[in-house]
Design a protein around this ligand. Structure first.
Ligand code: ADP
Length: 541
């Protein structure tokens, strides 16, 4: 899919010859940029929140992705317009830094642009608008820091972490199994987390997907899971106290190079050569066995004859293991990668409590699980699902949840979701606007209105009447003040009447750094767009 816009931001199809040098200036330029950016945010707006809808994206070669993750949607769209691309990057940078809130940040930027457009129409200079927005953003950031509450994240208190991870998962395909998935995400992150340094190394967490089964079957494996099987069906499928020899050289006798010729002119000569090869191979197997290994992990293949010989020698083996997996296995089992047979020795072996081959249902698909390796900070989440699309979306969602848990380990302060934090900030920003006497106050008020767009979108996507709901929540926040600052849209509640509820009781949390990052990034991009007053595009030479 390729989106092309004219200078006013309207989508159209380009005919190459007509593309001459084009130029748009002044407010026209700003307006057309705003239009282009908003076409992106309008698209994502319906995906926000637990009741948000999914998008189906079809790539040129027919691969289908179904997702409601903002960053993933925008990544797959090939957006052409320069300013629309800024929105794509916006979502990407939220994803890189925080990992969650990628839809929210784009929706917020869109709302800010919508408000800014009104101000420009009124004749307020874009720079004044940008400055006003900046001041308002500062107030919003402060407010967030004030309403944030520290969360108890001791290693033995999972409940709080799980609740936050669940908020992230509630908008995803996984939401029916969100408790289990959140629990898996938390346990995986805590296993590899360095709580003293408040850091989590995601390299130690692998997420493997296998089509089949249901999302419910996802499990956390203490170790590594690779998509390979034991080379011979008669080799043992479970190897206790495994000692792994990790090879990156082929497990076969060396082949004569093509430029040398070997002439065999008699049966005896052939037999002799055959015997020699066998001897050579037996020697290789012996070297491995002598080192004490009981499992060979080989980056290359070996032929059936070699396979048979390994079986005869009681040596289990796995062939064609990819380079990345080899490294992971070596890291987890504490083994060294051996590039040449001469270098095999006992101290280079990796160790694991158990290696087993697992099968799935009635299919003949198999995977290899390396459990309890010496290095206990290696974990794998095995995700199952009815189709490849579901598995892929589940992997993405799980990644979001793990990012949230990691963010909490870095900074354990949380704010409340369901738009409640935005409403609280919006109220604070409006109060601040009343104290400003200059033209800036318009932009500051506009910022407050833009913040309301998040709860509005959440309510709208859940089929509620957005204006009434948000107005009710706002008035309750003003009246009841603390400690009901957590009042937001209870979009999961299907009863009649108003749906504002205390998000603290419902356990809908978001990380403070995630929310702050959203406000900061969205404001930055909007300021950048407002400051462009001349777009000169060169046609092809
Ligand atoms: P993002 O990609 O930005 O994380 P999501 O589609 O995951 O977007 O939606 C996140 C929004 O949904 C947040 O504003 C969050 O507070 C809200 N949300 C999540 N769970 C609930 C819930 N149970 N009730 C109300 N709002 C929720």
């Amino acid at each position: 899919m390729s989106m092309v816009y004219d200078e006013y931001g309207r989508p159209f199809i380009i005919l190459k010859e007509q593309q001459a040098k084009a130029r748009v200036k002044g407010t026209e330029a700003t307006k057309s940029n705003i239009l282009a950016a908003r076409s992106i945010s309008n698209m994502l707006r319906t995906s926000l929140g637990p009741k948000g809808l999914d998008k189906m994206l079809v790539s040129p070669d027919g691969d289908v992705t179904i997702t409601n993750d903002g960053a993933t949607i925008l990544e797959q769209l090939h957006v052409d317009h320069q300013v629309a691309k800024l929105m794509v990057e916006l979502s990407q940078s939220q994803d890189d830094e925080i990992g969650d809130g990628t839809t929210g940040v784009v929706v917020l930027a869109g709302a800010l642009l919508e408000q800014a457009e009104v101000l420009l129409k009124k004749g307020i200079h874009p720079i004044r608008v940008a400055e006003g927005l900046e001041k308002a953003a500062d107030v919003a950031m402060q407010t967030l820091a004030e309403i944030a509450e520290p969360m108890d994240i001791a290693v033995n208190n999972h409940a709080a972490l799980v609740a936050t991870a669940m908020t992230t998962l509630s908008s995803k395909i996984l939401h029916q199994h969100k408790h289990k998935m959140a629990d898996i995400a938390v346990r995986a992150v805590l296993q590899v987390a360095d709580l003293e340094r408040r850091d989590v190394n995601f390299e130690h967490i692998r997420v493997e997907g296998k089509t089949g089964g249901s999302l419910e079957d996802a499990e956390l494996v203490n170790g590594i899971v690779i998509d390979k099987e034991i080379a011979h069906p008669q080799m043992p499928k479970i190897i206790e106290d495994a000692k792994l020899c990790i090879l990156t050289c082929p497990f076969e006798p060396p082949k004569p190079k093509t430029k040398h010729k070997l002439e065999i002119d008699s049966k005896e000569a052939y037999e002799q050569l055959y015997q020699q090869e066998q001897e050579y191979f037996r020697d290789m197997v012996k070297k491995v066995k002598d080192s004490g290994a009981n499992l060979v992990i080989c980056q290359w293949g070996f032929d059936d004859e070699a396979n048979h010989l390994l079986l005869q020698n009681d040596l289990a083996a796995v062939r064609w293991v990819g380079g990345v997996e080899i490294e992971h296995i070596a890291m987890a089992t504490g083994g060294r990668i051996v590039p040449r047979f001469e270098e095999i020795s006992a101290e280079k072996l990796g160790h694991a409590g158990r290696v087993k081959e697992i099968t799935f249902g009635t299919s003949d698909e198999r995977m290899l699980v390396i459990e309890n390796p010496v290095n206990t900070t290696a974990v794998t989440v095995l995700v199952r699902g009815g189709s490849k699309m579901i598995v892929e979306e589940a992997k993405r969602s799980l990644h979001d949840a793990m990012c949230v848990v990691r963010n909490l380990i870095r900074d354990n302060r949380v704010v409340y979701g369901g738009g409640s934090a935005e409403i609280a900030c919006s109220l604070a920003v409006s109060r601040f606007a009343d104290t400003v006497t200059g033209v800036d106050q318009y932009a500051i008020r506009a910022f407050a209105d833009a913040l309301d767009d998040i709860p509005l979108a959440l309510a709208e996507n859940a089929g509620l009447s957005p204006i009434e709901e948000v107005a009710a929540a706002k008035s309750r926040q003003v009246k009841e003040k603390n400690p009901v600052i957590g009042l937001g849209m209870d979009v999961m509640n299907e009863a009649d009447g108003y749906h504002s509820a205390d998000m603290r009781e419902l356990g809908v949390f978001e990380t403070l750094i995630g929310k702050q990052q959203q406000i900061q990034l969205a404001t930055q991009v909007v300021k950048m767009i407002l400051k462009i007053d001349d777009v000169i595009s060169m046609g092809p030479q």
